[in-house]
Write a new protein. Structure first.
Length: 279
């Protein structure tokens, strides 16, 4: 840990209270609890911070007092705040927290809720219950260009992945909402597992995932994007449960479908191909 980061952590905790910024169980990852907000955020500080910005890993906890959509909204606004204030060579966390507070105040008490990509939805894998229903079709700035994988079928479970280029966290959320609102078959699926990685202004980076009831699947999907070097895309893997539990095998099938959609979208680099062949 650099002296600058150590001093910044000490300053943040003395200004906002102990526990506002603390280490997590994962090496190099910190948990930020913005004052007055219900959710907490996972942040990584690269070794050459503050020459480069922190990386927003995603939502750590949605909190017990938060409403549905609060975590995704606060995460998106924090990403925006970080992009607004970061300047290479200067620590930025205090300014980012203050900017987040300003952005939340600007939205006012009647702010519209957004889809929470980081929240759990109640799904029982044993009876094939469906993913949460979304009926409102959001307004799009442009039509999503989804690239679909070939269906992966095992023991009557069907997995289909689709990926699309996105330029912001808001666009990623809107594309997902639009997909669920406009495609009844996808909306009725057992799980719609999502992950996205986006490069923001001033070399900031945003990424998040959602299991949609398929525990740990979102994190594995995000890890696949990291291994493949996929940026500025959202991926959605839809599973229709076939009545037979697949165990850990399901994670391989989810990533297999996702990788196929990345390949079909032309996102597989030569270096990724060679790494795959060496294994």
């Amino acid at each position: 840990m650099s002296d600058e980061l150590r001093d910044e952590i000490e300053a943040i905790n003395s200004i906002y209270g102990e526990g506002c910024l603390e280490t997590s169980d994962d090496a190099g990852t910190y948990i930020l609890k913005p004052p007055g907000e219900s959710s907490s955020i996972r942040i990584e500080f690269p070794q050459d911070y503050p020459s480069v910005p922190p990386v927003v890993v995603g939502t750590n906890s949605t909190g017990q007092s938060g409403k549905k959509g609060d975590a995704a909204r606060e995460l998106a606004l924090f990403c925006q705040a970080l992009g607004n204030v970061f300047e290479p060579g200067s620590v930025c966390l205090f300014d980012a927290i203050e900017e987040l507070t300003r952005l939340l105040q600007d939205q006012g008490p009647d702010r519209q809720e957004s889809t929470d990509l980081g929240s759990d939805r109640p799904v029982d894998n044993s009876n094939g219950s469906t993913s949460e229903t979304h009926t409102e079709d959001p307004k799009l700035t442009r039509e999503p260009s989804w690239v679909l994988s070939d269906p992966v079928v095992e023991l009557k479970s069907i997995f289909v992945a689709r990926c699309a280029a996105v330029s912001s966290t808001t666009e990623a959320e809107t594309f997902l909402q639009h997909l669920l609102a406009s495609d009844r078959k996808v909306r009725a699926a057992t799980h719609n597992i999502t992950a996205w990685r986006i490069r923001g202004p001033n070399n900031t980076a945003f990424q998040d995932c959602n299991d949609d009831g398929e525990t740990a699947a979102g994190g594995r999907l995000l890890h696949l994007m990291q291994l493949m070097g996929v940026w500025d895309h959202i991926v959605v893997v839809t599973r229709w449960y076939g009545g037979v539990k697949l165990g850990p095998r399901r994670f391989a099938l989810i990533n297999q479908a996702a990788r196929d959609s990345f390949v079909k979208a032309g996102l597989l680099t030569d270096s990724t191909s060679s790494v795959k062949k060496k294994k």
